[in-house]
Design a protein around this ligand. Structure first.
Ligand code: GLP
Length: 290
């Protein structure tokens, strides 16, 4: 794992967007794992800006989102399909047929979970998984005591997560109590993971995720197993880390971060472009809110 600390949320967000842009330029058929939440809104806004100003091309990429609320059709304003369409997909030139989220309103959710895992495999696996972290320490909606080998399935949302996300619903108690989420094992299968956390309210859970013991109580600690994982933080989210100076030292001295230190988008996350995986034809799901 590498920990990158930027002076503020804008700089952290910009770095994440530029890593994604660089990966997409290196491999236009990139399979991206995408996340939702307030933190990601500014990442998507920045990607839309890069698309408009620099012509970043999304036309050949595929996307798989981490999760969706159970019982929520994509046309609902609080669905993650709606979030993705309005924050990113409808503002860039992605082919909507290549954008995938679990269908939270599927009649047979178990079959939907299996289907989602199969689609990811048929697409060649996820090249770059973007992640946020919830106050419960979750990745996606892998709530406390999620198996660290879990695959896509339904999870009941913890009280901490409900308290964090309910204000986004009107009225707040309209928030579903369950979600379909990629499993921790599904996430760890991604070739590369990139987690962004900003703000003081994330400082404690970020410190436990990065420096604490690996535990299913905090699914983000599973990233310590991942061979290519970077965690990008602003100073506020990094403020409880014991070893912040050590992480800064690595960032300052590691050549792969040179372009990002200097503000020039000249290298990939670990200096090696992601190789395009062989693809099979993927049948796109019907979109509720295309
Ligand atoms: C939701 C998503 C998570 C995300 C989290 C962070 O719970 N399921 O994948 O990490 O939001 O939210 P925020 O960025 O609003 O703190």
């Amino acid at each position: 794992m590498e920990v990158v600390i930027r002076p503020n949320a804008e700089a952290a967000t910009d770095l994440v967007a530029r890593v994604i842009a660089r990966e997409l330029r290196d491999n236009p058929r990139l399979v991206m794992g995408l996340a939702t939440g307030r933190t990601m809104e500014s990442v998507y806004a920045r990607l839309v800006q890069i698309h408009r100003e620099e012509g970043l091309d999304f036309s050949a990429c595929h996307t798989f989102n981490l999760d969706e609320y159970v019982g929520m059709p994509g046309s609902h304003r609080n669905s993650y399909r709606h979030y993705m369409n309005h924050n990113l997909f409808l503002n860039v030139n992605v082919d909507l047929r290549n954008t995938h989220l679990p269908d939270g309103a599927a009649a047979d959710i178990e079959a939907e979970c299996e289907h989602y895992e199969k689609l990811i495999t048929q697409c060649g696996g996820i090249d770059l998984q973007l992640l946020g972290i919830g106050l419960a320490g979750h990745l996606g909606f892998n709530e406390p005591v999620s198996s660290l080998r879990s695959r896509t399935r339904i999870k009941v949302l913890s009280p901490v997560t409900c308290a964090q996300n309910a204000p986004l619903f009107e009225p707040p108690d309209e928030m579903p109590r369950r979600a379909v989420t990629m499993g921790v094992g599904t996430i760890l299968d991604a070739r590369r993971c990139l987690l962004l956390a900003t703000g003081e309210d994330k400082a404690e859970i970020v410190a436990r995720a990065i420096e604490g013991p690996i535990t299913s109580m905090i699914s983000a600690t599973a990233l310590q197993f991942h061979p290519h994982c970077a965690v990008v933080l602003d100073e506020a989210a990094a403020s409880r880390l014991q070893e912040a100076d050590y992480y800064r030292w690595i960032f300052e001295n590691e050549p792969q971060w040179q372009a990002y230190r200097d503000g020039i988008n000249g290298s990939t996350l670990d200096g090696h472009p992601v190789k395009a995986a062989p693809r099979k034809k993927v049948i796109a799901p019907v979109l509720d809110d295309a």
